[in-house]
Design a protein around this ligand. Sequence first.
Ligand code: NDP
Length: 590
Amino acid sequence: MAEKQKKPQNVFNFDYSREVQERPPQEYYDNIKEKFADERDLRLGYRPPGTDSYTSELTGDLAKYAVDPYGTEIPERELLNDSVEVLFIGGGFSALLTSARLREKGVESIRIVERGADVGGTWYWNRYPGVACDVVAYDYLPLLDETGYVPSRHYAGGEEIYQYCKQIAERFDLYNLAVFGTTVTSTVWDQATETWLVGTDRGDSIRAQFVVCANGTLAKPKLAKIDGVQRFSGHSFHTSRWDYEYTGPQLEHLNDKRVGIIGTGASAVQAIPELGKAAKELFVFQRTPSSIDVRDDWETDLDWAATLEPGWQAQRRARAIEGPQLPDAIKARRAAMSREEKIQRQENANIDAMMRIHTRIDEVVEDRETAESLKPWYMLMCKRPCFHNEYLPTFNRPNVTLVDTKGAGITEITEAGPVFDGTQYEVDVLIYATGFEVQQTGIYNQIVGEDGLDLNEKYLDGIRTLVGIHSQGYPNLFIMGGYQAFFAFNLTDVLNSQGEHIAECIDFTRRNEIHSLDCTIDAEEWWVQEVISHRGKTSRNKDCTPGYYNFEGAENRRQDGNYNGTMKQYLGHMSHIRDNMSDHFVFTQR
Ligand code: NDP
């Protein structure tokens, strides 16, 4: 066990230079690729273009889908009309990580403004049954060196992560100035005082020298635009607003209920096994299946935990960033390959992985038709890969029905429930597992910079930032987890480095009696070009089935996505900027 504990699996690292004996002929792979393309085209044909098939405008009749079911006891409080040094919009890992780094630099005046009733962000909102994180907990949970905490399992459950978030907030004394049940509604730069004036839905008016947009990459729930959502007469909610009052804490109230769930992404994959156990009947409405691999989970080996030396997590992280050290023979083989050959080998290895996932479905799922429906036909990583040991067996239960809409999705809901292909599915409760608006962090909050320009308006001509964090004309504003930054499967790795960068920048201003810093137009232009130069090297995005990883299949400007260099390059750029602050920023003195 201890040995295993030291070797986290890496299912995404295809060794394409490996010589595989008895690999099928290329024609086999080409045929599968053709099937992938057909399935993608089928889906693109059904959908309104891009993100238009969803709405996150949860107002009017849809407002109930955004209501916080967990924060019913937010106390009344006095209106705030004061000043802080650093204000965070949002209280999830972005804010917690950066605050910890700021505390290390001696910054005392830190306020978190959070819509939920506590810190935690994703882990505050997502409390659906079965919620857990698919990133190895020893990497995902940040600040383990600092807090001395060791996660209880290889993959931590949602409740443990949520409790850990609260522990971080306690440890770094972040509750003191924090306000909850409060949404930032405007963030306006006041040139006269060179501070940000932050307004909230409670009527607060807070001045802040620095503002950090820490409002999450997948924070705003969205619903598929389906005719009749409001017509449904049963109960309904979104996975990120789980109504335990309706379902019961152990889902015991579902024993006599017909339950429908729309969507089969990562959230649904974790909730469905629990629903399958509890519901009288469960209907799973699927548009595109997720890829389901083995979940290699175990309880933390306490003997292993006892061997951990101080700084173990930082070392682990450094090793992951460095990547595997390849033997010279493999390096030489790779170097000798043409670009085309490399791409073809990578694709073939990816297809092998996907076909292994198909084989597992055939082995586990008893009904042949259901098994076929559960097979994903796209390259691994076109969508968030899922890992679960109970998801596939759930479809062997007599009370569970997979409604395979074969790419079309549910398009109609009546008073009684969803309709597909002329069949009415009567349900008592309908759960939307339809996901979240993506990486709009920094944009919602009416951020008005110098010259009265809203950040949203600035971005209409294309996103413009420096390392995804700074944007020219928005002094002392930092954006976390947004576009033009590196995006990792382990998001807290990115947030951790961004937090370190932001804390260093703020520390720099304090040490040099600087009041404000704003990135230069040249620095921003350099980064925009850097982002563009790394995007679109392959047709991979376009070839993928639609999903939020590829903007639901819509064309988009190359600058309006993530930085596709490596994490190591991203860190290198940030470090170079910090070593040469005056080349990248203009300052005003105190
Ligand atoms: P997703 O955006 O991944 O999934 C939305 C789902 O809704 C898709 O299956 C989509 O189908 C489906 N859908 C949309 N419209 C319809 C329709 N009209 N009829 C039927 N189905 C429809 O959201 P999730 O909340 O599942 O996951 C979001 C992200 O959160 C994950 O990608 C991951 O990053 C993170 N997460 C991580 C977890 C982990 O660590 N295990 C767990 C949960 C979430 P289609 O595929 O065809 O678009």
